[in-house]
Design a binder for this molecule. Structure first.
Ligand code: CTP
Length: 410
């Protein structure tokens, strides 16, 4: 399950205001969204909340002293600064704003902030008159002009007794701002992507079936990549090793015929169709209602052809003259003559691109986290990708598909 901030390292800088206690909730939210959170507290912050609280929530040691170098192999403030995808200072006091604006480096937080090249988000909290002081306004403007992002304080009852602007924004609001800053581009926003994944399962009797080695990983990687790029994703999946990613519509099917129905009933609404499922070409002619009993020494299973879903989409698409139709991506899992077989499938199944891989190659094919593919497209397009994570393969294919939406097809 991928969370929105999975793989991201965030430095949470806590300075010494009463709202420091709310930083514990923020830390918990960021960790809950999948981020690895490194907490730096000023000396003032430790008067309001203990480093142990933040250490327990973040599951990492909390840094408070720039000279407390525990690991001789690194310089901690530089190491943390380099590792950070984002720094969030919450709460930010008037003092830390002033230090940031003027480039002071007299403690762990201010020193790390100077060493950071990642984006910085600041959530100030202070008395309303302090917030309105020209010195603070100048510092905020200076930081904003340097690209620092602010989550403005809220208005309400302040700890000092005043009612006005100065309350730390709610931890959820700050966490949302962090997620938005790290979200990246959304090239598929407003697009519908229909993906098939896994292997189909063709029943012989209630307990026996024919299937294949597909793990579903390639299709799941497509679903994740398309979702991350803002698409509305429907994943029609058969037998897989894993659990479909979150944040998509997952439709479980079993046989090729079920998969065909699930796909064809949704194809007209899709902008992109990705057919990464390994569909069984044949199914048993008869599915026994009861578990088969052994009788003779040999048994012959009679199989009949399954519908070719990709070809069905290709042919359906050809008949939609003038109507909006999806970009269609097929796959070719081969053990020999990759290019010839892929080009044959591209033409026969009438798709825009075929993503071909040699499933016998190490680091490619079923069950692995990486793939080595060649992409063939109409008009002689050919691109050979090196071994890369399945999600990176998916991103490249989605890039090509996105570029093709709305263009005329051969
Ligand atoms: N495919 C499909 N329906 C089928 C068989 C395959 O939609 N009944 C799709 C797969 O999802 C994939 C592409 O066709 O996108 C190629 O699948 P592959 O198994 O490599 O090809 P086959 O059609 O089985 O061709 P061949 O038997 O010639 O290898």
């Amino acid at each position: 399950m991928t969370k929105p901030l999975s793989g991201k390292t965030i430095i949470l800088g806590i300075s010494g205001g009463i709202a420091a206690y709310k930083a514990a909730t923020l830390c918990s939210r960021l960790a809950g969204l999948g981020a690895s959170v490194r907490v730096i507290m000023t000396e003032g912050a430790t008067k309001f909340i203990t480093p142990l609280t933040l250490q327990t929530i973040s599951r990492h040691p909390v840094a408070t002293d720039v000279f407390d170098e525990r690991d001789a192999s690194i310089v901690q403030h530089i190491d943390w600064a380099d590792a950070a995808d984002l720094v969030v200072v919450a709460p930010a006091t008037a003092n830390i704003l002033s230090k940031m604006a003027n480039g002071l480096a007299d403690d762990m937080l201010s020193t790390t902030l100077l060493a950071v090249t990642a984006p910085v988000l600041v959530a100030p909290a202070m008395n309303v008159h302090m917030w309105e002081h020209p010195a603070v306004i100048d510092n905020v403007n200076k930081l904003a002009s340097r690209g620092v992002t602010f989550v403005e304080p809220g208005t309400g009852q302040l700890a000092c007794g005043y009612v006005g602007k100065g309350r730390l924004a709610e931890p959820d609001e700050i966490a949302e701002a962090v997620a938005a800053m790290l979200a990246g581009p959304k090239p598929l926003a407003g697009r519908r992507v229909l993906i098939t994944a896994g292997g189909t399962l063709e029943r012989i009797d209630p307990v026996r079936y024919i299937t294949n080695d597909s793990s579903g990983k390639m299709g799941f990687a497509f679903a994740e990549a398309a979702r991350d790029w803002g698409a509305d994703v429907t994943l029609v999946y058969g037998k897989t090793d894993g659990v479909p990613p979150e944040g998509i519509q997952a439709v479980r099917v079993e046989s090729a015929e079920q998969m065909k129905d699930a796909v064809m009933s949704r194809a007209a609404e899709a902008d992109i169709v990705i057919k990464s499922a390994a569909v069984a070409d044949y199914r048993p002619l008869h599915q026994e209602e009861h578990k088969m009993k052994k009788k003779s020494d040999t048994l012959t299973l009679e199989l009949v052809r399954n519908p070719d879903i990709l070809q069905t989409i290709g042919e359906w698409r050809e008949k939609q003259a003038g109507k909006r139709v999806p970009v269609v991506i097929g796959f070719a899992a081969e053990t020999m003559e990759l290019e010839r077989n892929a080009l044959d499938k591209l033409a026969r199944k009438k798709c825009d691109y075929i993503v071909a891989n040699n499933v016998t190659q190490a680091g490619a094919g079923f069950g692995t986290d990486t793939n080595i593919v060649s992409i063939y497209g109409t008009g002689g397009f050919a691109e050979h990708l090196p071994r890369m994570p399945k999600k990176a393969v998916a991103q490249r294919v989605l890039e090509l598909a996105a570029a093709k939406i709305g263009t005329e097809r051969a």
